[in-house]
Design a protein around this ligand. Sequence first.
Ligand code: FE
Ligand code: FE
Ligand code: ZN
Length: 277
Amino acid sequence: MLHIGCHLSSSKGFLAMGKEAVKLDADTFQYFTRNPRGSKAKAIDPQDVERYLAFIQEHHFAPVVAHAPYTLNACSAEERTREFARMTMADDLQRMEYTPGGLYNFHPGSHVGQGAEAGVEQIAAQLNEILWPEMTTTVLLETMAGKGTEVGRSFEELQAILDRVELSEKMGVCLDTCHVHDAGYDIVNHLDEVLTEFDRVIGLSRLKAIHLNDSMNPLGSRKDRHQKIGEGAIGLEAFARIINHPALRELSFVLETPNDNAGYAEEIRVLRGLYRE
Ligand code: FE
Ligand code: FE
Ligand code: ZN
């Protein structure tokens, strides 16, 4: 079965997200751990979490993805900004243990002129401070489009971070189709080659989730503007190949397309129709 869902608002709690996902015929979803701009997180309601865990087990959910606020920057030139990212992610990872065995995805950061190498060092240093041996969460680096000074545009940059993380077994990668496309990886015409390259540089065993987004811009544009599935530069045929690819087909696929819930339900329906059982 295709494991697919979309990004949902976490404002009504965990059980509400699980139920909303089921209404959309989803069996996974993604949510922000807190306001995407990175403010204070809502207190966890243990009863809500308990009901949610029973609910997703009953409905056979695939791994759910928590997304860190996208404004965090672990490789800012400002010490204060790096410290804020570290404190926020450390707190998120503690809270993640209420929903054990989850995936926690974050944007590696923007080096803001310090250079990718310095950025890689700062990101890895932060991870080495906040990961701990008993944690059950897998932390995912998201593949980035390379807008501005974003770190993580190439598989090599992601691997450079992974190489420096001591608790390497806690780490994985989330591949965003819009981002890798905008970064210059031709997943439309050369999906096999791109995945072979991913395997050579990082290792496919690291790949834990896929963000399914079409792109408003051409290959290599370094833009990061998501489009509805089938309405952008990637196109529906490429998505059919992506969801069915032997190296990807068992993973959790999450839509982050510009849609309301009706639009998400329709994309889920179309993609389920394209999946070969
Ligand atoms: Fe993201
Ligand atoms: Fe994404
Ligand atoms: Zn994006």
